[in-house]
Write a protein that binds this ligand. Structure first.
Ligand code: SF4
Ligand code: SF4
Length: 322
């Protein structure tokens, strides 16, 4: 436990906070708190050679990078990330130009790294996304060859996201790469807990988490937003918010304001965002369905119930399935 003790001291994390953090993941992984902490400590101790990571950015807004950077606070997340060797990340790396590119090529040649992809890949014309003059499609194929697994972070890299609805017809990693384990971590942006939890799972168990039909870890994406929504009673009672400015309607269901919660699977209502502060629906905004493959096209228009997704939800409601 020596190295772990040193890390806790270095990052100014109390043992109590660390154990609390471990407990939240232990439940998800189906392990006792003691067993999880033991495995984590073991993973930290044996991290002689930090697992290398290459992080590529294609058709993205770097919002997933910002979400990931948020992990540096609280510092418990930083302890986990410190066990990784982030070799290449266009936004975060200090080096640039030939030096950065040579690190990338050396890492690809060595193999055995985790490949993280942020942003989608154009499917209509490679010229929509060139990095250093090379098509992003070519770079993703090259980097995936020697990767042990691929984490597609955010809606864009998972299913195409917003760029899928544009002329570039962005696609997700799974639409391009085959024969590699691919884990999709959609939502726009990626939830930092989903990312660190998935990395933790791999580090502490040595295997990939169980995935659903869309390659999302079941531990985060198995329940619908609707099932855990505190406005659900109003949905059942037919109390749908019409006027944002009427205080009497402030807790009403947001379906008629475009909420896609009934067909969106993610743990936002439980996990919440910004270190557990809040999430879209509790701020009075409809769920936009960013964890689903149909985001963005199928979910728009966002603020009315006229989208394809809303029509599907209505049909399910009429047939008594929700
Ligand atoms: S998923 Fe959202 S936050 Fe992430 S790169 Fe795409 S648009 Fe940006
Ligand atoms: S439709 Fe949206 S706001 Fe209404 S209960 Fe379902 S998830 Fe909550």
């Amino acid at each position: 436990m020596e190295r772990l003790e040193r890390d806790l001291e270095f990052y100014g994390v109390s043992r109590r906070d660390f154990l609390k953090y471990c407990a939240s993941f232990a439940v998800l992984f189906g392990l006792s708190e003691l067993e999880f902490t033991r495995r984590l400590a073991h993973a930290v101790e044996k991290a002689e050679r930090k697992p290398p990571v290459i992080w590529l950015e294609g058709q993205d807004c770097a919002g997933c990078t910002v979400s990931f950077a948020g992990l540096l606070y609280p510092p418990v997340g930083a302890i986990i990330l410190d066990k990784l060797s982030l070799r290449y990340h266009e936004t975060l790396m200090a080096s640039a130009g030939e030096l950065a590119e040579s690190v990338y090529h050396e890492t690809v040649k060595e193999g055995g790294y985790v490949l993280v992809v942020e942003g989608s890949i154009p499917s209509s014309d490679d010229r929509f996304c060139l990095v250093g003059g090379r098509p992003f499609r070519e770079i993703v194929l090259e980097a995936s060859k020697n990767a042990t697994c691929i984490l597609a972070v955010g809606a864009c890299a998972s299913f195409g996201g917003i760029p899928k609805a544009t002329v570039s017809k962005g696609m997700g990693v799974k639409d391009l790469v085959s024969g590699k384990p691919i884990i999709n971590l959609p939502t726009c942006p990626v939830h930092p807990d989903h990312l660190v939890g998935t990395i933790l799972y791999i580090l502490t168990t040595g295997k990939l988490p169980e995935l659903d039909d869309f390659n999302r870890p079941k531990m985060y994406y198995s329940q619908s937003i609707h099932d855990n929504c505190r406005r659900r009673g109003h949905f059942e009672a037919g109390n749908f918010l019409q006027d944002w400015n009427d205080p009497a309607q402030k807790d009403y269901c947001l379906f008629e304001k475009g909420c896609k919660g009934p067909m969106t699977y993610a743990d936002c209502p439980i996990r919440r965002w910004n270190s557990g502060t809040n999430f879209c629906i509790d701020c009075g905004a409809p769920c936009v369905g960013c964890a689903e493959p149909g985001f963005y096209d199928e979910m728009s228009p966002i603020y009315t119930a006229e989208s394809e997704a809303s029509r599907k939800i209505l049909a399910l409601k009429k047939s008594g399935l929700i």
